[in-house]
Design a protein around this ligand. Structure first.
Ligand SMILES: Cc1ncc(COP(=O)(O)O)c(C=O)c1O
Length: 432
């Protein structure tokens, strides 16, 4: 153990030379030396021999737990047959068929390594299909790191429908190509959809925006209005897909968009995502296009349709199809939400524990956090302190963000997580 204890900080020190963090969006405090060594089930083990119940879960990708033996076997089997071909392969074809079988909007499928690439390519297809240039998204939603998606995800609009820009380095011209509207505010959304219908190719939403579910009727209403106005409706199911139900948020809510993107839990942590949806839109990216090859939407990428990822996805979906998994997740999430609320109340810490049945987030706020402005106004300093207290006690999560509960969590482990949260609430209560 002593050797291990020394190894972690040394590895962490070495990581400075490669810029510390891998994702940039998630990094631990600089004084934390946690370097992942391996994972097993719901637990992550670091190079210093510490273990954590893992609600970060590979940013939500590892829904079936770390080192899942069935998925490992499927990957190993495919690895000996070839890791990549760049031509059609059986696993990718099978996976496409499976997605078309279970996802309501899926008539045709395209595979890409990341969600950011999926949204970027989908925007291009949507523009080609409608002949319109602009996209509309909701304030506070996240659809990846491409320039179009990085608008009004972190900060409020300067005035609807003008977006704020989420990163420096994005050309000014892109800001003019994106409109932003407030989530769950039908009146404003409808107003700008109608006003800009002539130039908006598509409206993209998360179906559950981060952790805020749609108010009753909202998804149905935007479905109806976009259809009437000739605007494509897109569900970004990176988070909701596989997690909320086998058929995603669209199956859960019974609202079918024109197009959707899926990823994260699809492979249980390998780099593959997909665009699924209407054939008449996606067909623009077929090799022959729809009006001749010269008119096609360029579609390519070295690792698209990777058979190793497809093998993992096929196995993961087979597991999601088994009875009991989603029920267990729902039960554990309900228990964790109720437990966290009760614990915070016991220690006099005002929190709002929100989210759908499949994941949740704790906001340090006295009032409801059902708008982006209210979420922005929550006490993120307390949220950060809570995250640190949990981390120190063996519960890994993201600071001021979603808790991704693994589907394989046992009730006893949920109790351990709640025990840790209780001590963390007690500690932050002292901070006021
Ligand atoms: C809703 C949503 N869309 C898109 C993305 C981007 O996916 P990726 O990180 O694979 O590029 C994410 C990533 O967290 C996401 O949460």
């Amino acid at each position: 153990l002593q050797t291990l204890r020394a190894q972690g900080p040394a590895l962490h020190e070495r990581s400075k030379a490669i810029g510390y963090s891998l994702s940039g969006a998630f990094y631990l405090p600089p004084e934390e030396t946690i370097v992942a060594d391996h994972g097993k089930g719901v637990r992550l083990f670091d190079t210093e021999g510490r273990s954590y119940i893992d609600f970060l879960a590979g940013s939500g990708a590892v829904l079936l737990g770390h080192g899942n033996p069935e998925i490992a076997e499927a990957i190993a089997e495919q690895a000996t047959k070839g890791t990549h071909f760049y031509v059609l392969n059986e696993r990718a074809i099978e996976l496409g068929e499976k997605i078309i079988e279970i996802i309501p909007c899926a008539e045709e499928v395209k595979f890409l390594p990341s969600g950011s690439e999926s949204s970027l390519n989908l925007f291009r297809m949507g523009r080609a299909f409608t002949g319109k240039q602009k996209i509309m998204k909701f304030e506070g939603s996240f659809h990846g790191t491409n320039d179009y998606a990085m608008m009004s995800g972190w900060s409020q609009s300067p005035g609807y429908p003008r977006p704020s820009v989420d990163s420096i380095g994005i050309p000014d011209a892109i800001q003019d190509l994106v409109y932003v509207v407030p989530w769950n505010d039908l009146e404003t959304t409808e107003k700008y959809l109608r006003k800009h219908a002539h130039e908006v190719a598509l409206l993209i939403c998360e179906a559950v925006q981060r952790t805020v579910p749609p108010v009753p009727g909202f998804l149905e209403a935007i479905r109806k209005i976009t259809e009437e106005l000739g605007i494509l409706l897109v569900f970004d199911e990176m988070v909701t897909g596989w997690r909320m139900s086998l058929s995603g948020a669209q199956g859960y809510y019974g609202v079918t968009p024109d197009l959707a993107i899926f990823g994260k839990a699809m492979t249980n942590g390998l780099p593959m995502t997909c665009i699924a949806g209407r054939s008449d839109v996606i067909a623009y990216s077929r090799p022959a296009g729809v009006r001749g090859a010269e008119q096609r939407v360029f579609f390519g990428g070295t690792l698209n349709g990777n058979p190793l990822c497809a093998a993992a996805a096929l196995k993961a979906i087979e597991i999601y199809e088994r009875p009991g998994g989603h029920e267990r997740l729902t039960r554990n999430v309900a228990k964790l939400k109720e437990g966290a609320r009760a614990s915070a109340a016991r220690h006099g810490v005002p929190v709002q524990v929100i989210g759908p049945h499949a994941y949740f987030q704790i906001f340090f706020s006295e009032g409801p956090v059902d708008t982006f402005a209210a979420q922005q106004a929550s006490n993120t300093k307390l949220g950060y302190a809570f995250f640190r207290e949990c981390l120190n006690r063996g519960l890994m999560m993201n600071s001021n963000a979603r808790c991704y509960v693994p589907m394989i969590l046992e009730e006893a482990e949920a109790d351990i997580a709640l025990g840790i949260m209780d001590e963390a609430f007690a500690a932050v209560a002292k901070l006021g």
